[in-house]
Design a protein around this ligand. Structure first.
Ligand code: UD1
Length: 366
């Protein structure tokens, strides 16, 4: 009998993580494996710039169902996703609910599924920042506490899960699906249309992304950070694709330093072209620190903790904290040619999607 697996995606960082799983699943289905999937988009991100462009560029098929939850507070989004996904499961049950990452959609669908006794698989399970002020940390902890099948990206994640009582037979160390997408698409990275207009040259500019509430929700904090970035890059340009949350505060910031160039959120291929050719990246994202590690691009993270410690211990990432004063000494080291080169963590090899699907196939064969 064919097992139908729900694949859940809701927000931008989910899309790169599901693409290789879907590709691997379609390959096995074409070879006659008794697997099927239903792609459920919760609608947490809904703009073409935050969602649609990623589907097009990464060849992700049209979702079978869009729950269209849209914006809201944490609880509003969680409640709306749970209610609508529960209705879908009651209408048509799946054999497994597969969630990825740590966004609100991940947690909300895991809860709705498990309460209807639909088992949950979590891709990127077990990572922890220890920072309970981040909604993503709550999402990770809740999701992992009701997950049946754990797919992990690192040995640290395996240890975190074991420490919380998860037995080894439920933990599958498979690697990183986000890196599958990076490696599969690196030959297609595309120069953004504004490249010449902004006078960009490879190795001569920085890329910045900031969207964490702690950094961007207060105009004064955000303005200080922008100023410190602009002053520490020795006159180089800083390309800043502005997340919608950040755009709201941008209005309170007043004048943006002249070497900080604001652009819209970029599609996947253009964003990674910018990163690959940058002198360095200054960010508060988690996922980007994994991509810079694999591309060997120096990365400075404006956070006090990370759920992805291997990007620091093995990769090119360094945690600077949230004090803007930390930027200048770090950038001085970079300009002095003293930034670490880094290594690629185990199993971040482009084959994670296939490993996940092989394990799912094996599970449903029994
Ligand atoms: C979410 C994720 C975060 C991820 C980030 C990447 C959670 C808790 N957080 O944060 O882990 O790193 O996405 O983007 O799930 N908005 C738009 N257009 C859109 C989507 C959102 O304008 O397509 C606006 C919303 O109206 C809202 C703001 O952007 O005001 C933030 O969106 P939201 O989904 O609440 O969370 P993010 O901050 O994007």
């Amino acid at each position: 009998m064919t097992a139908t697996i729900d694949i859940i995606a809701g927000a931008r960082p989910n899309f790169m993580k599901i693409a290789p799983i879907i590709r691997a699943m379609e390959a096995r289905m074409a070879a006659g494996a008794p697997l099927a999937y239903r792609l459920v988009h919760t609608g947490q991100h809904y703009d073409s710039k935050m969602s649609g462009d990623f589907f097009t560029q990464l060849g992700i098929p049209e979702p079978h169902r869009n729950l269209e939850v849209g914006s809201g507070t944490q609880a509003e989004q969680t409640g709306a996703i749970m209610t609508r996904y529960e209705a879908l499961l009651l209408e048509s049950r799946s054999a497994l609910c597969l969630v990825v990452g740590d966004v609100t959609s991940t947690m909300a669908c895991a809860i709705a599924a498990q309460k209807l006794c639909v088992p949950v698989a979590h891709v990127e399970a077990g990572i922890r920042s220890g920072d309970w002020t981040m909604p993503e940390e709550i999402n990770r902890m809740v999701t992992d506490s009701i997950t049946n099948l754990f797919f992990t990206t690192s040995e640290v994640a395996n240890q975190n899960l074991r420490r919380s009582g998860v037995t080894d037979d439920r933990i599958h160390f498979v690697g990183n699906t986000m890196i599958d997408t990076l490696l599969a698409n690196k030959h297609r990275f595309a120069k953004p249309p504004f490249w010449s207009e902004l006078g960009l040259e490879a190795g001569e500019y920085f890329v910045t992304t900031l969207h964490r509430p702690a950094n961007v929700d207060r105009g004064s904090t955000f303005a200080e950070l922008l100023q410190a970035i602009a002053e520490s890059v020795r006159g180089m340009k800083v390309v800043f694709p502005v997340h919608p949350r950040t755009a709201k505060t941008m209005r309170e910031v007043g004048a943006v330093p002249s070497n900080v160039l604001l652009v819209d959120p970029q599609p996947y291929l253009e964003f990674n072209y910018l990163v690959k050719h940058a002198k360095g990246v200054i960010t508060d994202s988690g996922g980007i620190t994994e991509e810079t590690t694999v591309m060997g691009v120096p990365c400075m993270t404006l956070r006090t903790s990370t759920e992805r410690p291997e990007t620091v211990t093995m990769g090119t990432n360094e945690l600077l904290g949230v004090d803007p004063k930390a930027l200048k000494p770090a950038l001085d080291r970079l300009f002095a040619g003293q930034w670490k080169r880094g290594q690629i963590p185990p199993l971040w090899d482009g084959k994670t999607g296939e490993r996940i699907v092989a394990i799912l196939e094996e599970r449903f064969a029994h």
